[in-house]
Design a protein around this ligand. Structure first.
Ligand SMILES: [Zn+2]
Length: 322
């Protein structure tokens, strides 16, 4: 969904008095997710008749993050986590009377970075939210949010998933996926499976390198005596975040094939530049096989989140993919 579409939908809900008290906003934190959060907050807080005007004091305070009735939470720099103390602070402030006499809002940027005790504390707030309060949970990795939090929030996804992937990684992934079919034609399925798994592992190795370099660089600026454990935890978190973007794109590929097979609108595919290949694949598969592929990638994601050994999980998935 585009940000404008989502905002039009939310404005309709506002006018009908049917806004939810919690929204999980999935999308790039430095892009669409934050844009949508700002837009929604302007809808709530703008003082003009034709909201959001974008120019009044409240609208300016929203975009500058200085509005007294909005609390923004971000992961702590060192741990890259949102702590229970931050949630307690949010909790005490959300129950205070609002400055403007209206809404109060809490925005959690990178909500998947809540550690377990923070997530549980937040769940308590969501279970008994004060009236005229709203919580926005911004995330690029919704799979790391507690299901109990999800069930109390409405979910909005903005921005095209595949676009988030850096060009070089996207190219490698496309090359791999396009090649997936060739291997089967060659006849030697085992060889093809091993090759595809190895290719994806090589890509993930690159991803790990990027995560490591990035976290080491930022570590130097902040503190020299950061413990090895904290650094490892940050590298691990960053890696999983980046890996999730690869896996979302991988999922996009099999969803595209399934969509085309079901007669869906070709303008809706993620890999628009690969429409010919996708259409050929869709034509070669049965409905059941295409659906099984989507389920296989979903299962693969779950296993990786459970920290099962990557090479094993990937090879197993490629064995099943058709
Ligand atoms: Zn305004």
């Amino acid at each position: 969904m585009q940000v404008e579409e989502a905002l039009a939908y939310l404005n309709g809900a506002r006018q009908a008095g049917r806004l939810a008290q919690g929204y999980v906003i999935e999308g790039p934190l430095r892009g669409e997710a934050t844009q949508l959060a700002r837009g929604l907050l302007s809808l709530l807080f703008c003082g003009e008749d034709d909201v959001p005007c974008g120019a009044c004091r409240a609208c300016r305070q929203v975009s500058e993050r200085t509005h007294p009735d909005i609390l923004w939470l971000e992961p702590q720099k060192k741990s890259r986590q949102i702590s229970v103390d931050q949630i307690r602070d949010l909790q005490s402030r959300i129950y205070q009377t609002s400055f403007g006499g209206g809404w109060k809002a809490g925005v959690i940027v990178g909500a998947d970075r809540m550690n377990p005790s923070a997530a549980n504390a937040f769940l308590k707030v969501l279970e008994e939210p004060p009236g005229e309060s709203m919580f926005l949970l911004l995330t690029e990795a919704p799979q790391f949010l507690l299901p109990t939090i999800f069930s109390r929030c409405q979910r909005l996804a903005v921005g095209a998933d595949a676009v988030q992937l850096p060009e070089a990684w996207r190219d490698q992934l496309v090359e791999l996926l396009v090649g997936c079919g060739d291997g089967y034609i060659e006849g030697s399925r085992i060889v093809a499976v091993e090759r595809n798994s190895a290719r994806l592992q090589a890509l993930l190795k690159e991803v790990m390198q990027v995560a490591t370099d990035h976290e080491k660089e930022t570590a130097d600026e902040e503190s020299v005596d950061e413990s090895r454990d904290t650094l490892d935890a940050r590298i691990g978190a960053r890696y999983r975040e980046l890996r999730a973007s690869i896996l979302r794109a991988l999922m996009g590929w099999y969803r595209d094939i399934f969509l085309l097979l079901c007669g869906g609108d070709p303008s809706l595919v993620y890999f628009a530049d690969q429409l010919d290949v996708l259409t050929a694949r869709a034509n070669a598969l049965s409905y059941r096989e295409a659906l099984a592929n989507v389920a296989t990638v979903e299962a693969m994601n779950r296993k990786l989140e459970q920290n099962l050994p990557e090479p094993l999980v990937l090879t197993d998935a490629f064995h099943q993919l058709r």
